[in-house]
Ligand binder design. Sequence first.
Ligand code: SF4
Length: 264
Amino acid sequence: MKIDNAMTVFKELPKTNCRECGAKTCLAFAGAVFQRHKTIGDCPHLDKAVVEKFSDGVKLPEAHRAYLDEFKKMRHEIINVDLPDAAQRLGGTSANGKLIVKVMGKDVSVDANGKFYTDIHVNGWLERPVLTAIVKSKGLPVAGGWVKIHDLEGGKPWRHMFENQCVTPLHDLADNHPDLFETLMHVFSGSRVEGHMGSDIGVVLNVLPKVPILICYWKAEEGMNSDLHVFFDKTASANLGVDALYSVAVGLTQMFKKIAVRHG
Ligand code: SF4
């Protein structure tokens, strides 16, 4: 059975708010499971039968499911793509039948069958956006104007999910790991942007050469909470597409979490 909302999980919990799972309350734990920050098995007080009942995980939101379905079809389209042309559109190069492009600052090669050659670990959140860009990117030059996901063409339906799955967890990470941005710049060849909209820290990460993401953080001050926003270049929907942007941003957030845990 798939988890389709947080209350489905909450109903099964002991509701003692014992905090052994690391969440402040059982309700917070249920929300974290639905947002895939925790798994239901992280509550040590559940019967094995309950954990097994939800072993199918969380039901994906409609828009994301549609993207994954479309991607399955697109996976076969790469064979018809002119790789040297795609390399130019993406801001990469081509040689020996492969397209070579920097992904998060690291060299990645892809052949005509969509096979990846790289030193970095390739999983779905990385593979899908790169192949999507090879097939669909319009290759517009970066415009230099930063906007939020809901301001991009087709971005409005993704706003809520993006806040839940990317912005909120990144905000928590930034609050709890002051070195996060230095680490990101180091690991992903990011570059610093000074004072965008008055932020204390701004880091640009290049998912692809023509698909930059700007993460801005405002530190807490007296009487003011901290804040975090994620911006995309105005051309992002033409150069990658909002669905693939969502996929990569959530994948990055999960990876940042792992890095933050490793670096304490
Ligand atoms: S460990 Fe289980 S019972 Fe305790 S707070 Fe977490 S979800 Fe609730």
